[in-house]
Design a protein around this ligand. Structure first.
Ligand SMILES: [Cu+2]
Length: 387
């Protein structure tokens, strides 16, 4: 009994309020459907489990060996056998009917109001907004990474695939899991009722940094979503001539542009991602400072204090705070600098840390580029203007 109590206590503390990935706290249409199914199934399975457990305890005590003679041996009890076949079958049918109904409701895509594509890649997610009438209208495709921004109260269809191994997309508060498989497109509907950040993580083991492959859905009310969208599409703003950021731009072209794209930056054609990264491109850094986490939503771009302001905001305050992006005062410069100088030290990229990658000349993830402090300063200044 003590053991049971201890297990229950541990399980229940896991359900405490501050658990952003709690599957028992649905915050969208489909997660609510799943929740409405998992409760009764859990209850039925719990009652059956309890009855079986009690029956075992009773048998163990009642018929334990007290040196009594072996009882009379009998064979078969048709009434009992038939009852014990029919009863579980009925329970399973009782569970199957609502399960199939829920699965069909979850697969519904006809009434989609906004389409977003995701690409899983070791170890981050690219999020692509294709041209469409949905999502309030998108005239030019654009991409971001790590944080998928969607309008609230909107039926969003996430179509996903993978550029390397199998990954799995899972935002527990909004819907169930969906494997993202190379060469296939899988869909999962996502809808958030309230503005806020909904955290999730890759749930299919995908290699060394699987545990560092996280993602977030950011829901903004439709007005704020329009603001966010317009900001993603604004033209490139070159740094002021002679500034540190301008030196950063040159450093970016020579060191980073072979993998990373900044839309509108003329990099003289050096971007040739296929040649350098294992799978396709690295995250697009055009609007890095409009997201507040980086490298597979694993590290914060905001200082702890500023992060709290966004994450703890009420639904009414949230949109405005999120749209502030990463200001110079709020930048978590320590982690960003450390990343630029030596990314694999923060997030394991390949098993042999002494080599850049497998012998075919390709590497996974971001290499350590051996930059000095000045270059890091320049690059941080340049990136800080990508907002
Ligand atoms: Cu993954």
């Amino acid at each position: 009994m003590l053991a049971v109590g201890a297990i229950a206590a541990v399980t229940l503390t896991a359900c405490a309020e501050d658990a952003p990935q709690d599957t028992w706290q649905p915050e969208g249409e489909n997660s609510t459907r799943i929740h409405n199914l998992q409760w009764p199934v859990f209850a039925i399975a719990g009652v059956v489990g309890l009855l079986v457990f009690l029956a075992i305890v009773w048998v163990v005590i009642r018929y334990r060996d007290r040196g009594q003679p072996i009882p009379k041996q009998s064979h078969g009890k048709p009434a009992l056998e038939i009852a014990l076949t029919i009863l579980p079958a009925l329970i399973l049918v009782g569970v199957a009917v609502p399960t199939v109904g829920t699965l069909m409701a979850l697969a519904e895509t006809d009434d989609t109001e906004c389409s977003v594509n995701v690409y899983g890649q070791q170890w981050w997610w690219e999020v692509e907004y294709p041209e469409q009438k949905g999502c309030g209208g998108i005239d030019r495709e654009f991409v971001t990474s790590g944080q998928m921004v969607i309008p609230t109260g909107t039926k969003v269809l996430v179509s996903g695939t993978s550029r390397d191994v199998i990954h799995s997309w899972w935002i527990p508060a909004l819907n169930g899991k969906k494997d993202m498989v190379p060469g296939r497109v899988h869909t999962v509907r996502t809808q958030a009722d309230e503005p806020g950040i909904y955290a999730g993580q890759c749930t299919e083991f995908c290699g060394l940094s699987h545990a560092n492959m996280r993602m977030e859905v950011v829901a903004l009310d439709p007005g704020d979503f329009e603001t966010w969208k317009a900001n993603q599409l604004k033209p490139y703003a070159a740094p002021e001539e002679g500034s540190i950021a301008a030196e950063g731009e040159s450093a970016f072209i020579s060191q980073c542009a072979r993998c990373h794209v900044v839309d509108g930056l003329d990099d003289g054609g050096v971007n040739a991602p296929e040649q350098f990264v294992y799978s396709r491109t690295a995250p697009n850094l055009t609007n890095l400072m409009t997201r507040n986490t980086f490298a597979g939503a694993t590290f914060d771009l905001l200082t702890d204090e500023c992060r709290e302001r966004v994450w703890e905001a009420t639904p009414e305050e949230f949109g405005e705070r999120y749209l502030e992006g990463v200001t110079p005062e709020c930048l978590n410069e320590v982690d960003l600098r450390a990343w630029i100088k030596n990314a694999p030290a923060m997030k394991p990229m390949y098993t042999d840390g002494t080599k850049l990658g497998p012998t075919d000349g390709r590497s996974r993830g971001m290499p350590a580029l051996g930059l000095n402090d000045d270059q890091a300063d320049q690059l941080v200044a340049y990136l800080l203007e990508r907002n």
